[in-house]
Design a protein. Structure first.
Length: 342
């Protein structure tokens, strides 16, 4: 924990005003360090963190308090967490760590994927949209039928911040197919992650649980491209789209995306025949060998949930959930950087 805190140095980015009205905002730097300790030790709640600070002199002094009576009340932690959310402190800290330790390096592979985030929050009630009935048959002579563009098509002509603002962020219900082929549903959000070689998360975007992975590929690629230089983009079949491939090539990357037959029976048979042929001749495609590196992001998702508080989300709202997850992402990033160096 000491090594991670010294590598991150989050207290250097905490801003405390010189003049204020009412009670002074004390202990903001110590509280920021304590929230990272909470993620490192995978604590469930802030109350558990405060109890640990009061009974553990070593942990308390590392965070910045000398005596147990100096540890603030739970309400002070809550106010500080709200301030960190409004200022974007955690995202800025993570970006600075990546820029300092990975900005001057060339990364081989960027693996892109999403993971479900369960929360204790009521999902947003979706409004029923009455769609106009499509006219059947061929259009008349001189008639022009305008097709509404999809979100992925609109993103081709938008900036990074515009794409991020256009993404849904409310809590809702998501459904996806797990690795065993069964459908899994959850209430909450979906965290999209770009991970580099060495299981280091580079950029993250939090959306509603029902957002398809392909709709976040372009803004996530732009955020990653602003942080580091990479060569290959590795994605599963959910990202199989000509728009995503073209955008990856425009950034100077090589897209390696698993093919999605999308109900094409002939294409499915071709993929099965190719897999059998490679297995029979014991032939390994170089593209497949690189695609296997996509497990980097799967390990990042697993470590975030099992070791850094990804399963213990007790806050509500998109902004606060993102702040909670980013504390875990910072701890995970620092831990992987330490392992990478050693």
């Amino acid at each position: 924990m000491v090594t991670i805190l010294e590598l991150v140095r989050i207290e250097d980015l905490v801003w405390v005003p010189e003049y204020w009205q009412g009670q002074p905002p004390r202990n903001r730097k110590q509280i920021a360090r304590a929230f990272i300790a909470k993620a490192i030790y995978n604590m469930d709640t802030t109350r558990e963190l405060i109890d640990r600070l009061k009974i553990s002199p070593a942990l308390r002094r590392i965070c910045g308090w000398q005596k147990a009576c100096n540890v603030p009340h739970e309400s002070s932690f809550s106010r500080a967490f709200k301030e960190f959310t409004e200022s974007g402190l955690v995202q800025i800290t993570h970006a600075s760590v990546i820029k300092e330790h990975m900005g001057d390096k060339i990364i081989g592979h960027i693996s892109r994927d999403s993971t479900s985030i369960d929360v204790r929050e009521k999902p947003m009630r979706k409004l029923k949209v009455v769609k106009q009935k499509k006219k059947r048959g061929r259009p008349r002579k001189g008639e022009v039928r305008i097709k509404e563009p999809t979100r992925l098509e609109r993103q081709q002509f938008m900036g990074t911040q515009e794409m991020l603002k256009d993404l849904p962020k409310a809590c809702d219900v998501g459904t996806k197919m797990n690795s065993k082929g069964y459908k899994k549903s959850w209430t909450g959000y979906k965290l999209h992650i770009d991970a580099a070689d060495g299981h280091i998360p580079i950029s993250c975007v939090l959306t509603s649980a029902s957002v398809h992975d392909s709709q976040v590929a372009l803004p996530l690629a732009e955020l990653t491209n602003q942080q580091v230089s990479s060569l290959y983009d590795l994605m599963d079949s959910a990202y199989d789209s000509p728009i995503i491939k073209q955008h990856s090539r425009s950034l100077g990357h090589v897209p390696i995306i698993d093919m999605n037959p999308r109900g094409n029976k002939e294409r499915k048979q071709e993929l099965k025949a190719e897999a059998k042929r490679c297995k029979f001749f014991n032939f390994k495609n170089p593209t497949d060998i690189r695609y296997n590196e996509r497990s980097n992001v799967e390990r990042v998702n697993g470590r975030l949930k099992d070791e850094f508080g990804g399963k213990m989300v007790r806050v509500r709202g998109h902004a606060k959930v993102m702040t909670h997850l980013m504390f875990g992402i910072i701890a995970l990033t620092a831990d992987q950087l330490i392992r990478f160096v050693t």
